[in-house]
Design a protein around this ligand. Structure first.
Ligand code: SAM
Length: 310
């Protein structure tokens, strides 16, 4: 049994799901509005002779049917960034505003960090954190190429994240100075990346699913603690396993003072699941979105929006 067959009972159309997982993923770029406009990028791609198709759900996300994202000069100049279509979703759901304080807890190599910076008009404070130093150099390189200046990079385990290295003090209750919004694009078993990375299942095991779920719970709890009352946390993964998705939300809803909220998604998907094998989850996990590859011809994804109690 492959990991995908595990999800037959959850997926609306298992045949279409499996066929989509076998197709290669289209090349997709995001327009970097810190340096360019959609029209300017379209003109530059025309001049270069690079074919592109704007997606029907976002004017600044283009499919490149015959090119890979890094092979043209608009990329070298930082006007565009190669980013899987569905991976654009979490930053849009977090919806950071110019001037906000935002923490990207698992940030490397920085696709979503740089998207967050663009949504913030490169203003306010954006903290991009990752526990993997090697991956952080890719984040720094991307941020530089894309012209991001509102970013501070930190190298910590997000489960114990502290702002002390940045000169900020702990609050009286042992928390940290609060962020307005936090993105947790969590490490996961990456089942949803199978179209991009056909080796994704070579290292798959149920033990890994369970161990990474423990890390995800710790990171998401810290994210809630680090967010101001009424602030927003978005949790995303690129995997299908409910152990890493709804079960993590269920755990955090119990452990921290927060709730799941509805959001408008520009991509098709289905609600989070409330039952899996012998487990049942808080009914509000239905507010999360599961995106399967056959829904929008993308990779697989999971996204949920939480609000911290006032
Ligand atoms: C899904 S990737 C993030 C992708 C990134 N958000 C992007 O869009 O480019 C998950 C990241 O979490 C990092 N990570 C794993 N465990 C972590 C931890 N305990 N604290 C912080 N980062 C962690 C990994 O190094 C990896 O870079």
């Amino acid at each position: 049994m492959t990991p995908l067959e595990r999800y037959d009972s959850l997926v609306d159309d298992p045949e279409a799901f499996r066929r989509a997982c076998e197709r290669p993923l289209p090349s997709v770029v995001r327009v970097n509005t810190i340096k360019a406009t959609t029209d300017r990028v379209a003109d530059a791609l025309d001049t270069e002779g690079v074919d592109y198709e704007p997606t029907d759900w976002h004017p600044g996300v283009f499919r490149l049917p015959n090119d890979s994202p890094g092979r043209n000069w608009p990329h070298a100049h930082g006007w565009i960034h190669g980013q899987e279509e569905v991976s654009n979703l979490p930053a849009l759901v977090l919806d950071p505003q110019p001037g906000d304080r935002v923490w990207d807890a698992c940030a490397a190599p920085g696709s979503k960090t740089t998207q967050l910076a663009a949504l913030m008009d490169d203003s306010g404070l954006l903290v991009g954190n990752d526990n993997n130093l090697g991956r952080l150099s890719a984040l720094r390189h991307n941020a530089e190429r894309l012209g991001v200046t509102n970013l501070v990079v930190t190298n910590q385990d997000a489960r114990n994240f502290s702002l002390k290295p940045l000169g900020e003090r702990a609050t009286d209750d042992g928390g940290i100075d609060a962020f307005d919004r936090v993105l947790v694009d969590a490490p996961c078993s990456c089942e949803g990346t199978i179209r991009k990375n056909p080796d994704a299942f070579d290292t798959w095991s149920l033990d890994h699913v369970h161990s990474v779920a423990g890390v995800q719970k710790g990171i998401l709890r810290r994210a809630i603690q680090a967010t101001r009352p009424g602030g927003t946390v978005v949790y995303s993964t690129c995997t299908f396993a409910p152990e890493e998705n709804e079960a993590v939300l269920d755990h955090v809803l119990d452990a921290e003072d927060c709730r799941l909220v509805d959001f408008d998604a520009p991509l098709d998907g289905v609600p989070g699941v409330t039952e899996w094998q012998d487990e049942t989850y808080d009914p509000s996990v239905e507010k999360a979105l599961r995106i399967y590859p056959h829904h929008n011809d993308t990779g697989g994804f999971f996204c949920a929006k939480l609000e911290v109690a006032e």
